[in-house]
Ligand binder design. Structure first.
Ligand code: 13P
Length: 341
């Protein structure tokens, strides 16, 4: 492993002003997104949609540091035959790849999940590297509910994240370590804070045990945030303050950067929270976005599967990417959203 090179890639992924486009929806998930805009999900429509994003030259060259791809996409070519990976590289962004294979029920732990995909991972990583991937993603899912998460779920998911991260580094690929605590429940922000801190502590413990070099990874956490069904919704200022406090307590300064997932937050909410954290300032690591839904909901709607809407889809994507870019410097303003609308 060449740690200096891993560190260089990790720092490029979180460089101020840029963030990561999570375009790695599995075939099942992208079908759900396409259903919502009445587009049939075929290999071709998935390609056309992602080609539209990767050809958004302003967004890709100015605001996006890297793109997380799904296995199908990394092997696909644009309509003119150019590999999609090349479009990303030509824009100056780094191609990445989701390598987990989704979740399965965790035995003896009703309602809880474990992420799978470690078998043959070393071989798959080699092929992805040859194709151009310089970072990877593995998402663990922790749900909050009555009596959950169990210690078992936190432990096995942290163990798998660390196994994955160690294999990535040996393959000269920067692991994005993503332990996602879901915001689906009716819990309040303090419960999210407490669970996320247990999850992060266990994750870093496992990373150490398995000798992962912290300088060669990127953390992708959830924010400390109220559950979607909670009657008590924390303000932007509270989310920012508690998230920064939580991360400072749990994430070593050796980690080159942190890139949040959006997790079901509104587009503007995800931007406002990131912006408010930067206004607090004094952060030990670069903080940026690695959003899926919060970057893509608007372009999906604008595009709606029609070739004549490609320019509108690209404008919508560029707008969200620019708003989040401003947020990474604490320079976003709500008025900028209204102007664009
Ligand atoms: P969301 O931003 O839609 O949560 O997706 C990010 C991601 O990559 C989840 O693994």
């Amino acid at each position: 492993m060449n740690l200096a090179d891993l560190n260089k890639v990790a720092l490029a992924m979180v460089v101020p002003g840029k963030g990561i486009l999570a375009a790695d929806e599995s075939t099942g998930t992208i079908k759900k997104r396409f259903d919502a805009i009445n587009v049939a999900s075929t290999e071709e429509t998935r390609r056309d949609y992602r080609e539209m994003l990767f050809r958004s030259s302003e967004a890709m060259s100015k605001y996006i540091s890297g793109v997380i791809l799904y296995d199908e996409t990394i092997w696909q070519a644009a309509k003119d035959g150019t590999p999609l990976v090349k479009l990303i590289e030509q824009a100056g962004a780094i191609p990445g790849i989701k390598v987990d294979e989704g979740t399965q029920s965790l035995p003896q732990c009703p309602g809880e999940l474990v992420t799978v995909g470690l078998d043959k991972l070393a071989e798959r990583l080699k092929k992805y590297y040859e194709r151009g991937a310089r970072f990877a993603k593995w998402r663990a899912v922790i749900d909050i509910g009555s009596g959950i998460p169990s210690m078992t779920a936190i432990h096995v998911n942290a163990h798998a994240l660390a196994r994955y991260a160690a294999l990535c580094q040996v393959a000269q690929i920067v692991p994005i370590v993503e332990p996602e605590v879901l915001m689906d429940g009716d819990h309040d922000i303090d419960r999210c804070f407490e669970v996320t801190s247990r999850v992060l502590n266990k994750t870093f413990q496992e990373l150490r045990v398995q000798r992962v070099a912290l300088e060669g990874m990127v953390l992708k956490p959830n924010m400390a945030i109220s559950g979607k069904k909670s009657a008590n919704q924390a303000s932007v200022a509270e989310v920012a303050e508690k998230t920064v406090r939580l991360l400072k307590a749990c994430v070593p300064a050796a980690v080159p950067g942190i890139a949040f997932l959006s997790g079901g937050q509104s587009d503007e909410g995800a931007t406002a929270h990131l912006d408010a954290m930067h206004r607090i300032g004094g952060l030990p690591w670069p903080l940026t976005f690695s959003y899926g839904r919060a970057l893509q909901a608007a372009p999906q709607k604008a595009w709606s599967g029609r070739p004549e809407n490609i320019a509108a889809g690209q404008r919508a994507f560029t707008h969200r990417a620019r708003m989040n870019s401003l947020a990474t410097r604490g320079e976003w303003k709500a008025e900028l959203e209204q102007k664009a609308a």
